[in-house]
Design a protein around this ligand. Structure first.
Ligand code: NAD
Ligand code: UDP
Ligand code: UDP
Length: 317
């Protein structure tokens, strides 16, 4: 890549699951990457293989505090994403989304930098509209246990659009649907990693509720491609844009696929459904297709195969 095209790019939450894949891809494109993370759910291990790269820098920092650095673009991913982790310290979760967004928007404003927000399908809550298009305003319980995440992310979207309208900031808002792949932590608590780890340890697979609730699972490489394409759009494109895989599965079907892929015979057991657990989730990705010429390429079986291989190597199972 020519020097002129080399950008300095900040990835907050860069030592997390999605962030580490994004850092890797941006380095492959020839950019300088500054990864900022407080290691709440991410780890140095996720970016260990990048530390020798002279174009990569890792900074331990909490985005709820101001950050003064010089960059051209910002991907704001800092925030725990698993219900188990974001409910562990719910006040910190809201602070991360809201104060973190204000600080990163203030940074983008000073630098006139382009900034992308990792928003979420959780802004749709437990939806009455299916599949969910961007125009749907959502159904979120403001006082439930998921609200720290859902409302924090909704407020962050508000801040992004107000900085855009009030200060002319160049913003991009991606609404990410369930994403999975290598580098999820074994104790992450989300369904794909839980099921794979349980299957590989020959432990029972924990279905919450009757297992008939649905999710649509996007492989991380597809998602990262979508984020990079969104950042590259012209300034008039702000989003929000849904990014996710529209193929929808019940949680029971996911369990069967994981058993097939691992070749193990774990039994399925039922545990209580967490409060406010959304019943169904499927992205309407027409906008992403049109604006980004993007759609997921990796089918669930293929993505699960990569992910199972990763967990096998990691756990020696
Ligand atoms: P993750 O938990 O692996 O990554 C989040 C990263 O942010 C971690 O490295 C964590 O240490 C860091 N972090 C948390 N609080 C921070 C703070 N205050 N300051 C600095 N760093 C902090 O989760 P992920 O799945 O990689 O999610 C990345 C982003 O994408 C999150 O913003 C999440 O809300 C969003 N998202 C993810 C999914 C998904 O299915 N994976 C779906 C929707 C949205
Ligand atoms: N900020 C930051 N880095 C910068 C510029 C700003 O972290 O390079 C933070 C700063 O803490 C500020 C916040 O971003 O409180 C919002 O900045 P903005 O300029 O919008 O507001 P103000 O400075 O007026 O509070
Ligand atoms: N889930 C489950 N067993 C688990 C973990 C999760 O049945 O061990 C269910 C959970 O109740 C939800 C779905 O799987 O209906 C997806 O959960 P996850 O925590 O991965 O993400 P989110 O609910 O935020 O989409």
């Amino acid at each position: 890549m020519q020097q002129a095209l080399r950008k300095r790019i900040l990835v907050t939450g860069g030592a997390g699951f999605i962030g580490s894949h994004l850092c890797e891809r941006l380095l492959e494109f020839g950019h300088d990457v500054l990864c900022v993370d407080n290691f709440f759910t991410g780890t140095r291990d996720n970016v260990l293989h990048l530390l020798d790269n002279p174009h990569f820098e890792l900074l331990r920092h909490d985005v709820t505090f101001p950050l003064y650095v010089e960059v051209d673009e910002i991907y704001n991913l800092a925030c725990p994403a698993s219900p188990v982790h974001y409910q562990r310290d719910p006040v910190q979760t809201t602070k991360t989304s809201v104060h973190g967004a204000i600080n990163m928007l203030g940074l983008a404003k000073r630098l006139r930098a382009k900034i992308l927000q990792a928003s979420t399908s959780e802004v749709y809550g437990d939806p009455e509209v299916h599949p969910q298009p961007e125009a749907y305003w959502g159904r979120v319980n403001t006082v439930g246990p998921r609200a720290c995440y859902d409302e924090g992310k909704r407020c962050a979207e508000t801040l992004f659009f107000d900085y855009h309208r009030q200060h002319g900031l160049r913003i991009k808002v991606a609404r990410i649907f369930n994403t999975y792949g290598p580098r999820m932590q074994p104790n992450d608590g989300r369904v794909v990693s839980n099921f794979i780890v349980q299957a590989l340890r020959d432990e029972p697979i924990t279905l919450y509720g009757d297992g008939r609730q649905t999710r649509s699972f996007c492989y991380v490489d597809d998602l990262v491609e979508g984020l990079i394409r969104l950042m590259a759009t012209t300034d008039d494109v702000t989003g929000p844009v849904n990014l996710g895989n529209p193929q929808e599965f019940t949680i029971c079907e996911l369990a069967m696929q994981v058993l097939a892929e691992t070749g193990t015979g774990s039994e399925l057991i039922h545990e209580p459904l967490p409060e406010d657990d959304p019943r169904q989730r499927q992205p309407d990705i027409r906008l992403a297709r049109e604006l980004l010429d993007w759609q997921p390429r990796v089918a669930l079986a293929q993505g699960l195969a990569h992910t199972v291989r990763y967990f096998r190597e990691r756990t020696g199972a």
